[in-house]
Write a protein that binds this ligand. Structure first.
Ligand code: FES
Length: 164
């Protein structure tokens, strides 16, 4: 009886470990896998303009995009990297978008800073209806050319990218 219980516990431990390994692998896979295009487009209403503080980037799952406030302008930036389509996270510590796949970096306005990406992050048209932010996810506007530095600010802190 005792040994059966011990065996059960040992096997439960193994199963738990396998599940944890699976979860970690899935998370890595999810962040590195190329992003499919957003769901068929439509206007999405994203709340009050005042909910987007200056120099922040807010992820919107419904559109797979970030609403980024440069301090002077709001952008709806596609999360899909223009290089090979990975999902680009926003790094809070640096204040830049940093692609985990091949190291492209973009400023808060989605402008290219460094890396193999051919241009800045693609955008969706963003308008205001009163003080409500509305984004049209049916149209993608090609990101700015590499030389654009309108919203560039140096990193405010450490990069999120792993050190080489
Ligand atoms: S997919 Fe982003 S740098 Fe290659």
């Amino acid at each position: 009886m005792g040994s059966t219980r011990r065996e059960f516990l040992r096997n439960s431990w193994k199963a738990g470990g396998a599940l944890l390994g699976l979860a970690a692998g899935w998370t890595t896979y999810e962040s590195l896998r190329p992003l499919a295009l957003p769901a068929a487009g439509a206007n999405i209403r994203l709340g009050s303009v005042s909910s987007y503080a200056p120099e922040t980037a807010t992820y919107v799952t419904a559109g797979r995009l970030f609403v980024a406030n440069t301090g002077t302008r709001l952008f709806a930036l596609s999360q899909k990297c223009p290089h090979l389509g990975c999902r680009i996270p926003f790094c809070e510590s640096s204040g830049h978008f940093e692609c985990p796949c091949h190291g492209s970096k973009y400023d808060i306005g989605g402008e290219w800073i460094t890396g193999p990406s051919p241009r800045g992050m693609d955008r969706f048209p963003l308008t205001l209806d009163g003080d409500t932010v509305v984004v049209d996810t049916s149209k993608t506007v090609t990101g700015p050319e590499r030389g654009s530095k309108q919203y560039f600010k140096p990193a405010k802190g450490p990069s999120c990218a792993p050190k080489a």
